[in-house]
Design a protein around this ligand. Sequence first.
Ligand SMILES: Cc1cc2nc3c(=O)[nH]c(=O)nc-3n(C[C@H](O)[C@H](O)[C@H](O)COP(=O)(O)O)c2cc1C
Length: 366
Amino acid sequence: MTAFKARTLTQIDIAGRTLRNRLAVAPMTRVSATAAGDATAAMADYYERFAKGGFGLVISEGLYTDQAYSQGYLNQPGMANDQQAHAWHSVIQGINAHQGMVFAQLMHAGALSQGNRFRHETAAPSAVRPTGEQMRFYYGEGRYAEPKAMSDEDIADAIGGFASAAQRAMQVAGFDGIEIHGANGYLLDQFLTDYSNQRADRWGGSSERRVQLTLEVIKAVRASVGDVPLGVRISQGKVNDFGHKWAQGEQDAEVIFGSLHAAGVDFIHVTEHQAWQPAFADNGASLVKLARRYAPGSLLIANGGLEDPQHADTALDEGADIIALGKAALANPDYPQRLDSKQPMAAFDPAILGPIANIKDVELAR
Ligand SMILES: Cc1cc2nc3c(=O)[nH]c(=O)nc-3n(C[C@H](O)[C@H](O)[C@H](O)COP(=O)(O)O)c2cc1C
């Protein structure tokens, strides 16, 4: 038995619940909901395979939180009204039926919104057009729109949206926990990032101020859902700025992970392109290691190229508790079972995600 297998195929407790193992499916947007943002039967089939294949935890794709500026993509599922929440019942039942747990990832796209049926304009910390181009596999084309700078009222609405969506996800839909999407260039990360946040008020300036919106969202969500598994996803890189690094290096990591931990999250989900690599150019610690250092009591989920057991072992050595897999889970929805029975893993085929990233029949046939 490899160390990786022995270390991941064991139970772990998270905020009073027990996961049957330490392998999670990373959140992956598949734009397969109805135009109204309701989960579909194909989504139920798609998600059930991961639990049936042995994953202890599934983190949902990013669900938009409100009927204002949060929706990022056409056919993205939402958690912005009760109809959308009810539509998740059968998805969640399918996962729970195979002893899998499922957390809702709550996401506000901010300036990266490229398809929102509720608003024609986008909203962000500052009126800065995002770098990069819209994603074609999510029905986008060309440059991102220049967003409007959010007013105090817009910010309060966005916080309230996260809190209501979290309550709906837990109480109406029946999810087992909540992950707040603070990573990958979306709204909360836009506030965290120096160049997209040029505000001079309480939400901008120092790293301490730029992380404040994420902290307020955590506070509001905790107040609305109580004592359920609650965490946050954090990254340096963004879907539209892959190689971004925090300017203050480890000092930023201390501020960010320290304040998230102090805000009372149960878990922090760290994602990097290659999660075992040094976080900064100084060849020092990985982001996983820094998260462990500055958020000592939080459970740590690590993600990014960790399907290779050697790399995953490094992440576990550096303090990760759970390994989340993205593309490897798409290629092997039964990854934990294959690992357990020493079956070979299938390689990821990018064709699954093209031309549009929707769920394909060939996936459901597996
Ligand atoms: C098709 C696709 C959709 C994704 N959608 C999301 C998402 O909704 N939310 C999120 O936080 N990350 C999303 N990601 C990023 C993954 O969760 C993960 O971080 C990335 O695939 C790297 O992990 P891997 O090397 O195991 O694939 C997506 C990735 C892919 C490939």
